[in-house]
Ligand binder design. Structure first.
Ligand SMILES: [Fe+2]
Length: 153
């Protein structure tokens, strides 16, 4: 199955650590929630456009880091962890597809080129940050301790 990203935007710097990946993605979730909370009338359209444009590059960068440096290390723990890694890879792909949809709709909303209703927009945003936060909580509570343990920190 081909992955939808794996070429991070040039403007996005590579994260220095797994911890930084999580921090950046949690910050994205907070920004998405703020945007959802300000719909429909109090939206900062410039901030919304910047967020929409940062969404895909930020997620891609963090996912590439995890898949390149973190997953191969934790996968050494055994076959059951390989299955978990496979699930996490699928969640990455789903999040990227979802982020693309959110990016398009937020930019259209901010530019008023296409009037997605505020309810639909809010629903899309909440679906993305809710599933992303669930993924990140697992990364933080399970993947991170295992990564540090196997790596020998
Ligand atoms: Fe991840």
């Amino acid at each position: 199955m081909s992955t939808p990203h794996h070429r991070a935007d040039q403007s996005e710097t590579v994260p220095a650590s797994f911890d930084e990946c999580l921090t950046r993605q949690f910050a994205l979730c907070a920004a998405l929630e703020t945007l959802a909370d300000t719909l429909p009338l109090n939206v900062d359209t410039l901030a919304a456009t910047r967020l929409a444009e940062a969404l895909h590059p930020t997620l891609s960068c963090c996912q590439i880091f995890e898949e390149t440096y973190v997953f191969p290390i934790i996968a050494q723990s055994g076959p059951q962890v390989e299955l978990i890694v496979e699930r996490l890879r699928h969640e990455h792909i789903e999040d990227i597809y979802h982020a693309r949809d959110v990016c398009d709709s937020v930019k259209a909303f901010a530019g008023r080129r296409h009037r997605v209703t505020a309810n639909e927009e809010g629903y899309m945003l909440r679906c993305l940050f809710t599933s992303l936060r669930r993924h990140l909580a697992f990364d933080r509570d399970y993947v991170m301790p295992l990564y540090l343990q196997v790596r020998g920190c």
